[in-house]
Design a binder for this molecule. Structure first.
Ligand SMILES: [Ca+2]
Ligand SMILES: [Ca+2]
Ligand SMILES: [Ca+2]
Length: 415
């Protein structure tokens, strides 16, 4: 999200002007509406934890390093976890960026946090729930799982965390530089920057899944896919063996969504920095002193891209893609279910397409009728509810626009 360097002053100025917190109502034709859960301080992600002990709980990560829990619609005053003392700063793209709960959370109480530490390294750390209090993590349980030195601390820190249906922990990292990736981290399979990583957290530290693509040969064993610029948000839909969708933030021209089955993503090269979107990056302008990147032999191009500057008011455009999720909430209309929805940090309109993986394609892409101000994440919680987290505080749930249950919702009892 390099352009946040330019965007944030604009955001700050607009906030001063008092015009930041307006959320437009759903359009008359919208199939969904937004229900506000609560307000938080610079929230980055909203997730649920599995298991009976976390039933009815919603966890909201704030960029300062605080994780709050919402119970029964009320935000609990005492934080679930507070690591603000070790999160170095929230300048530009730093801070606590993501959290993920272990699929076996009910039994092991483990959760993982992704943040930038006092030396600006990308840090993945594990905490354990307080055995006597499901509304609190034990701050003394911290264990660093992975630390990745980061050369340009303010930009391209990634990063997202998610467990896949394989029960491994998937991690997205930025390329480590504001523009043009001068060290060619993204194309270097020996670097952990500009990557999709896949590790198996064990009792202490992590193991390498033996079927990771670079095990037994050149390339870091943690790497599952490469050629990413700043994959700020990705998600894994568990159906059919797993589908991964990665929103990779572009440089000056193109934002992109990449979509693949987990099997096809193995060893995939998403193209950066030979390509921005589907366009060769070239060595003009600010990249004129960069080294040329040989075009990858077999790059995986995005299923959809959108430009920074739109030629028409109806065209999707923006500054930094916010990758989302495939809709599975059975309360929503048949037209919404199975659709992948995403947004843009600056424009905030939610957009969706039908994801196809064989071959990868984005079909029937259009707006879904709602927008928010400065989204930071679109995530799936319990019962497949979808949450939209926004920069200036509001967290929303996506609900049916016309009441519930809908006649075509099927399986209404799941709600
Ligand atoms: Ca470069
Ligand atoms: Ca290797
Ligand atoms: Ca790409």
């Amino acid at each position: 999200m390099t352009r946040l360097r330019r965007i944030l002053p604009l955001i700050a100025a607009a906030a001063v002007a008092g015009c930041m917190l307006v959320t437009l109502p759903a359009a008359a034709s919208a199939e969904v509406k937004l229900t506000r859960i609560d307000r938080f301080e610079d929230p980055v992600q909203t997730v649920a934890a599995p298991g009976p002990s976390a039933k009815g709980l919603l966890f909201v990560a704030e960029r300062t390093g605080v994780v709050k829990v919402v119970k029964g619609g009320e935000t609990v005053t005492r934080p679930f976890l507070d690591i603000s003392g070790i999160v170095k700063s929230t300048d530009l793209e730093q801070g606590l960026l993501s959290i993920a709960f272990d699929p076996r959370y009910e039994h092991n109480g483990r959760l993982y946090v992704y943040y930038t530490d006092s030396s600006s390294s990308i840090t993945i750390e594990r905490y354990v729930r307080d055995p006597d209090d499901p509304l609190r993590a034990d701050p003394g349980s911290a264990e660093t799982i992975l630390s990745i030195p980061h050369p340009a601390s303010l930009n391209h820190n990634g990063g997202d965390l998610a467990f896949g249906p394989d029960r491994n922990l998937w991690i997205s990292t930025g390329d480590g530089h504001p523009i043009c990736d001068p060290p060619e981290n993204a194309q270097n399979t020996g670097s952990l920057l500009g990557k999709l990583l896949r590790i198996d957290p064990v009792a202490h530290g992590y193991a390498i899944p033996p079927d990771n693509p670079f095990v037994g040969g050149p390339g870091a064993d943690e790497v599952y896919a490469y050629g990413l610029r700043n994959p700020f948000r990705f998600s894994i839909d568990p159906r059919n063996g797993g589908t991964i969708a990665i929103g990779d933030v572009g440089q000056f021209r193109w934002e992109e969504i990449n979509l693949l089955s987990l099997a096809d993503a193995r060893g995939a090269n998403f193209g950066w920095d030979a390509y921005e979107g589907t366009v060769p990056l070239g060595l003009e302008g600010p990249c004129s002193s960069d080294l040329p990147t040989p075009p990858p032999a077999d790059p995986v191009f995005p299923v959809t891209t959108y430009p920074h500057a739109a030629d028409s008011p109806d065209e999707f455009s923006g500054c930094a893609v916010i990758g989302g999720v495939i809709v599975r909430d059975r309360r929503l209309t048949a037209a919404m279910r199975g659709r992948y929805i995403f947004s843009d940090h600056c424009r905030g309109r939610l957009r969706g397409f039908i994801p196809e993986v064989d071959p990868p394609a984005a079909v029937d892409e259009h707006y879904v009728g709602v927008r928010v101000d400065y989204p930071t994440a679109i995530t799936t919680g319990r019962r497949d509810r979808i949450f939209v987290t926004t920069r200036f505080g509001a967290v929303f749930r996506i609900d049916p626009a016309h009441g519930w249950p809908r006649p075509d919702a099927g399986g209404a009892a799941t709600g």
